[in-house]
Design a binder for this molecule. Structure first.
Ligand code: UD1
Length: 422
């Protein structure tokens, strides 16, 4: 398992190219299962999660072609050979559960392993299952698998009202509804930019959908979608992570291809903390002064609220603020795994249920630390960039799931960071 070594204390200065969004791409890839013509995706990030989704689609019978060094994917599902999404793939990557809706819609049957628990919380799939039932699917749970069938009537359009917001359940429902008979209305839909991107792709494939980015989405089912080419939206979490990297090192970084409207909540938080954010010709510029940052209180919430996927990175930044901040994690019940590792670097953080109290210290100290999940790992990298001395982050395979060439991008801004293969 590789580790990452960082000699901290260097303010980042330079430009970073933002990649396509991992979470959007993982949702767009299963869309190809809905039609027998090829779907081409451009601006694809080069990440291990994308390879895992490619393997899953290939195991179902799709042909996946990677072009332009993996930045373009053409997925052709003219023939689907089987409808089983195996435990070995789904347990590693929860996004695999997104093949449920498309398989059910196209094949009338799907057998998808339950994702099970993961490091950041239980992550149930009850909302996905109840939505598929609303569209007419019969669902049983057998030996850890969700066995879904449409019955003789196929899927039909219906009203799906979510009691809580779920990104994945909204996505699965949209995809299933594209092939259902009649109109589906999703109430309390998730409003994330990745949902908007999914709808734009489906529209390019001939589907009639409205309301993306609002709480109510309407989908007209249609029997045949056509192939299309679609560019993946920029990764707002990667963008936010590098904005926070600039802030924690008191640096100045231009994010090329960054779109401020995707991270407006983070921009508010950073401006309160004392960081200047401006639109630039190429994207977004993040500039720091040499003053210590001001503390800020933040609660995570579904989009357009503060993203849970940036909570760990923000905590690393506030650990060096001039005062005490409070962070409340409202999305996942156990997403504070980074706290004990940040404490090893001198951070003063106490936990009270879903609330973390972060008392800023003047300086973090380098230490050996261990990554526990994707966003926790990158929070430790950020802390290492700012800390005095050497930080070694082990188990960095988590990072490779979601950050393309992170050492390379940070080195381009002056960071002293190297990957050590073991
Ligand atoms: C997606 C993102 C993930 C992000 C999360 C929240 C992808 C591939 N992943 O995950 O990076 O952190 O949104 O922004 O896009 N829940 C239920 N029952 C369900 C479904 C969800 O109780 O059937 C709960 C979850 O346990 C969690 C909350 O709802 O507490 C939000 O989960 P959800 O929005 O579904 O997240 P994901 O789609 O899994």
């Amino acid at each position: 398992m590789d580790s990452i070594e960082i000699q901290g204390g260097i303010p980042l200065k330079g430009r970073i190219q933002i990649s396509g969004a991992k979470n959007a791409c993982l949702t767009l890839m299963p869309v190809a299962l809905l039609c027998n013509e090829p779907l081409t995706l451009t601006n694809v990030p080069r990440l291990s999660d994308i390879l895992s989704m490619s393997h899953l689609l290939e195991s179902l019978g799709a042909e996946v072609q990677m072009l332009n060094e993996g930045r373009v994917l053409t997925i052709s599902a003219h023939k689907i050979a089987n409808v089983l999404a195996h435990y070995d793939i789904v347990r590693k990557m929860r996004a695999s559960f997104l093949v449920l809706g498309p398989l059910l819609a196209r094949m009338g049957k799907a057998e998808v392993s339950l994702p099970g628990g993961c490091a950041i919380g239980a992550r149930a799939v009850n909302l996905h299952i109840s939505a598929m039932r609303d569209l007419g699917a019969e669902i049983e749970l057998e030996n850890g698998y969700v066995i879904a069938r449409t019955g003789s009537r196929g899927l039909f359009g219906n009203r799906v009202s979510f009691p809580e917001t779920s990104v994945g359940a909204t996505e699965n429902t949209i995809m299933a509804a594209t092939c259902a008979r009649g109109e589906t209305t999703i109430e309390n839909a998730a409003r994330e930019p990745e949902i908007v991107d999914l709808v734009q792709c489906l529209r390019a494939m001939g589907c009639e959908i409205s309301g993306e980015g609002t709480r109510t989405i309407r989908i007209q089912g249609s029997p045949g979608l056509t192939g299309a080419t679609h560019g993946v939206v920029p990764d707002r979490i990667e963008m936010g992570t590098f904005m926070l990297a600039a802030a924690i090192t008191r640096g100045t970084v231009e994010l090329v291809g960054g779109e401020a409207c995707l991270v407006s909540n983070l921009i508010n938080v950073l401006e309160k903390a004392g960081i200047a954010i401006d639109k630039s010709a190429a994207g977004i510029r993040v500039s720091s002064s040499d003053q210590r940052l001001q503390p800020v209180d933040v609660q995570t919430a579904p989009y357009p609220g503060f993203p849970t996927d940036l909570q760990a990175q923000l905590m690393a930044v506030l650990a060096t603020a001039n005062g005490t901040s409070e962070i409340v994690e409202n999305i996942f019940e156990n997403r504070f795994m980074h706290v004990s590792e940040l404490r090893r670097m001198g951070a003063r953080i106490s936990l009270h249920g879903r609330k973390a109290t972060v008392e800023g210290v003047e300086e973090l100290k380098g230490a050996p630390v261990m990554a526990t999940d994707l966003r926790a790992s990158v929070a430790l990298v950020l802390a290492g960039l700012a800390a005095a001395g050497k930080t070694v982050v082990s188990r960095v395979y988590h990072l490779d799931r979601g950050y393309e060439s992170i050492e390379h991008k940070l080195r381009g801004c002056g960071a002293n960071i190297t990957r050590v293969p073991t």
